[in-house]
Design a protein around this ligand. Structure first.
Ligand SMILES: Cc1ncc(C[n+]2csc(CCOP(=O)(O)OP(=O)(O)O)c2C)c(N)n1
Length: 620
């Protein structure tokens, strides 16, 4: 195995160029085998094998810096920098991250996870290099999908004035997670087409020249070509901005890329190298189903089918179904996603109501202000978005939606711990960042039926409102409790005395289990489903304080600005002796790993909560 000879950064330079093809094949086999067991981002990595090899052959790590946009395509980079064994524990708790991490390797120049940050970060490293008198090369690798994010253009605008070398590799596989949509992919496509057109032309020119009067014909064509040069000269848009454009180059041909990178390193300004790759390359199921193999669950290699097929619906499925119903009931209902039609479950809505569906690209900020505009125009927009990605649009929520009190519904998926994607993707801040905004209202469902009921409530609500729900299987417990949603009111599920568990959203399920254990231990215990994180049900808090000596709030959100803090503030204004225990996520970033394991680690699983409660009761 050639791969086994690569033990650390730069070892690839010892490989015989004749064997680059074999090495690429070994890497692909390795990735397919490992990811089929652990799950992970397969398609993007299979597409970036040769590109990563060429970068490692052209650079010297860790002195030279590669910034991987999103970072989900960095597996080959990890392999080539001495982390082969890490793939046994990829994305597992305590194991290797699925994204670049500075704390994991000196060869990881910058942590990523959210898209479109690489050019800004790269430019910062370039400036730091120049100010420090360094000579190293800095390369930002950004995908065509990530190039739909506004931050990339803010950075390009800034980089256009650069008078020093900065290489931006555009890894263009013509795909985001799903189809890449909008003007940017259209433009990149025109480059691809123009390149083919030019190639064809050269052949035609040569043939024409050999016939009588052929030269005149060729000259006429050349003049025509120059008048449409924006169409046929690749990269004109970047060149006009002052950024050198090189390419497009075949991203599966190492030799071609080495030549272009050599050229790029000579530029005395920012340079874009446009590399064409194929997502999922070398593994037929991933080539055929790029969205499914973007972030794959463990799968059987032979068939490409999931090793453990899902048996129960997840919250995304429930959202997907209710969206089709809402769309049928009210023509003003429109849906917006920022490049996640599959992940958010909006694909069905798109199929049924294509004219009322908008995929805006990886552009959460735009998505929110666009939704505000739709609402101002009399429609009922629903922005379906992951909790951690909505962090980007804080000002848009405040400035464009909430100040004007516009009726935008935020359907926030992946709220709470998401698991294997780790720190950058945990959705554990939304209760805090949303509840600080006046006019915003926040709900979280206890189970799958409540998500459906809350969506129906939200669409009729008439003001900014968010519903946050977790990743994964939808809780189908407590079917007997389906009281109508009332504004700002919590739901008493079981009423006893002594201890009151006041849980929000996904933590109701945990509270059911905690209550079972507490009762087994002889405690009397009430269970309240909060339903609203903003406004909180002050009446219910008051009622609970009258009948219980301990109120335990439970949320899958950080402490600061969270639900527990609000209940505590409410209790401060009450004349009560009841104590409060707030179960929250600690003030730290939660790394990757299995969600149940993470909950135990940070003490928000039923057993840890009971232990915490008993400790407090004993201390009384
Ligand atoms: C701000 C933000 N929104 C959404 C995502 C989810 N996401 C991860 S990768 C990806 C598509 C990226 O496409 P591209 O840059 O072309 O890379 P490819 O996967 O095609 O290699 C998206 C939408 C994200 N990581 N960050």
């Amino acid at each position: 195995m050639i791969l086994e000879q690569i033990e650390k950064a730069n070892d690839i330079k010892q490989v015989d160029p004749e064997l680059y093809g074999d090495l690429a094949e070994e890497i692909r086999e390795f990735l397919i085998e490992k990811i089929s067991v652990t799950g992970g981002h397969l398609g993007s990595n299979l597409g970036a094998v040769e590109l990563t090899m060429a970068l490692h052959l052209s650079l010297s790590l860790p002195e030279d810096k590669i910034i991987w946009d999103v970072g989900h395509q960095s597996y080959t980079h990890k392999l080539l920098t001495g982390r082969r064994d890490g793939f046994e524990t990829l994305r597992k708790f305590g194991g290797m991250s699925g994204f670049p991490k500075r704390k994991e390797s000196a060869c990881d120049a910058f942590d990523t996870g959210h898209s479109s940050t690489s050019i800004s970060a790269g430019l910062g490293l370039v400036k730091a290099r120049d100010i420090g008198g360094g000579k190293n090369t800095v390369v930002s690798v950004i995908g065509d999908g990530s190039l739909t994010g506004g931050m990339a253009y803010e950075a390009l605008n800034n980089a256009s004035r650069l008078e020093t070398n900065f290489i931006i590799v555009l890894n263009d596989n013509n795909m985001s997670i799903s189809e890449n949509v909008g003007g940017v992919p259209k433009y990149l496509n025109s480059i691809r087409t123009a390149d083919k057109y030019l190639g064809l032309k050269e052949g035609i020119y040569n043939k024409l020249k050999s016939i009588p009067n052929g030269d005149t014909v060729v000259e006429t064509i050349r003049r025509a070509k120059s008048s449409v040069k924006h169409l046929v000269i690749p990269g004109m848009y970047f060149e006009d901005m002052g950024i050198t454009y090189l390419g497009p180059v075949d991203g599966h041909n190492v030799a071609d890329m080495l030549q272009v990178f050599k050229e790029a390193k000579r530029c005395k300004n920012a340079v874009i190298v446009h590399v064409l790759t194929h997502k999922g390359k070398g593994y037929a199921p991933a080539e055929k189903h790029p969205a499914r193999f973007h972030g794959a669950e463990p799968f059987e290699i032979e068939s490409g089918l999931p090793s453990k097929p899902r048996t129960k619906a997840n919250y995304t499925d429930v959202f997907s179904t209710v969206m089709t119903k809402l769309g049928a009931r009210d023509e003003r209902v429109v849906a917006i996603t920022a490049a996640m039609p599959d992940g958010t479950g909006l694909k069905r809505f798109h199929n049924i109501y294509p004219e009322r569906f908008f995929d805006v690209g990886i552009a959460e900020q735009h998505a929110v202000t666009f939704a505000a505009g739709l609402a101002a125009g009399g429609l009922k927009p629903i922005v379906a978005v992951y909790s951690s990605f909505l962090q980007r649009a804080y000002d848009q929520i405040l400035h464009d939606v909430c100040i004007q009190n516009l009726p935008v519904v935020f359907a926030i998926d992946r709220a709470g711990l998401v698991g294997s994607d780790g720190e950058t993707h945990q959705g554990i801040f939304d209760l805090s960042y949303l509840s600080s905004i006046p006019n915003m209202h926040i709900m979280a469902p206890k189970n799958k039926w409540e998500l459906s009921d809350m969506m129906k409530f939200a669409v009729k609500f008439g003001a900014p409102i968010a519903i946050r729900y977790p990743r994964g299987e939808a809780y189908d417990g407590l079917p007997e409790f389906r009281a109508p949603i009332e504004y700002g009111r919590a739901e008493m599920l079981y009423e006893e005395k002594e201890i009151a568990l006041l849980a929000i959203g996904s933590m109701v399920k945990v509270a059911v289990e905690a209550r079972r254990i507490l009762k087994e231990k002889g405690y009397a215990c009430s269970l309240i489903n909060a339903r609203f994180a903003k406004p909180i049900d002050e009446e219910m808090v008051k009622h609970a304080c009258e009948n219980h000596s301990l109120i335990v709030t439970m949320e899958e959100n950080v402490a600061s600005g969270g639900f527990g803090e609000k209940v505590r503030a409410c209790m401060d204004n009450l004349d009560t002796d009841a104590k409060i225990l707030t179960i929250t996520i600690p003030d730290e970033y939660v790394e990757h790993g299995n969600v149940e394991l993470l909950k135990q680690e940070i003490g928000i699983d039923a057993e840890s909560i009971v232990e915490n409660i008993e400790h407090l009761q004993r201390a009384e």
